[in-house]
Design a protein around this ligand. Sequence first.
Ligand code: PMP
Length: 384
Amino acid sequence: DAHVSKSSPSWTTRTEAEDGGTRVINLDHGDPTMFERFWQKMGDKCTLVISGWQSISYFSDVGNLCWFLEPELGREITRLHQLVGNAVTEDRHIVVGTGSTQLLQAALYALSPPDASEPMSVVSSVPYYSSYQPLTNYLKSGLYKWAGDACSFNRDEPYIELVTSPNNPDGFMRQPVVNRSGGTVVHDLAYYWPMYTAITSPADNDLMLFTVSKCTGHAGTRIGWALVKDKEVAKKMTEFIVLNTIGVSKDSQLRAAKIIGVVSDGCQNLDNPDEHLFQYGRRLMTERWKRLRDAVNQSGLFSLPDFPSNFCNYVSEVTEIQPAFAWLKCEGDIEDCESLLRGHKILTRNGKQFGASTKYVRVSMLDRDETFDLFIERLSSIRL
Ligand code: PMP
């Protein structure tokens, strides 16, 4: 995500800034530029030419519930899930969105009763993805409102629980925690791909969100999709997107379809492992997590979560969790990890934005090699 944290204004300029000869390393946002090199090596495989007369109409498939979904994108999404085995696509409606950010809001709209006397409570367990609270509250909706940590939600009223698995920021696999009647769950599965975690079974939830941002790295294409079991919910989500943006860019959908197709082809082409995005991503994440853990152990000032290993059905071996973000904790007396790192010109996101303590920060693991190298070098040299 690229939401600007209040403590780091104008991040675009600060990313590039040279400050007193020391470059500012911006790992506050989750921009997946790590995949750029893979796609450079793929050359023209994903190049798409769209002529002036193409993609003009608002409509893509008037026979489909989600009438602005490009059929080719729907087919490629289904093919990829079947290949990876990370989500059930049978008996599901696909709703396409401008990133999963739009779909999350569509889900809140669809799951809240239109005529309730009070807005529906939206909860997620701490530490939760930092955008959930602002996304829920920014329009001061009469339909729903943010109600904080799911673990302490004890009101006797309907609710929506947002479950992120693997979780952003800490990488753990998650299940719903509120155990009350009258609740519905949105499963945000943005990171349920083999480079980040073991694929243990196809997710089979009623409402699941995915995004090309974290799957292929094409965050700028702004394409996400929801797999929705209930027809009425899918209809209402579609209605939200129609009211919000009258559909989703066809140009982006066609590009996403092409890219997802190339990812699937690469996974199936056993003769050329260099074209296998998930293997490439896994290797890179393994190496980065090892280097990060070494640097953290060496410094003695920080700690990282320990993850269980699991059998991954996709790669047919036991694999580790290697999250897209590092949930770094300052040990000892240091109370504000973000300030400490900022003092060394490393920008990270403060734990309090995830509902957690300021002893924690979230660090992006998905930046370009040069940035990651510099980060490790600088982290290793921090002394109190
Ligand atoms: N959900 C989670 C858990 C995320 O981390 C992100 C991106 N940081 C999103 C949703 C939004 O992704 P996008 O809008 O780019 O699809």
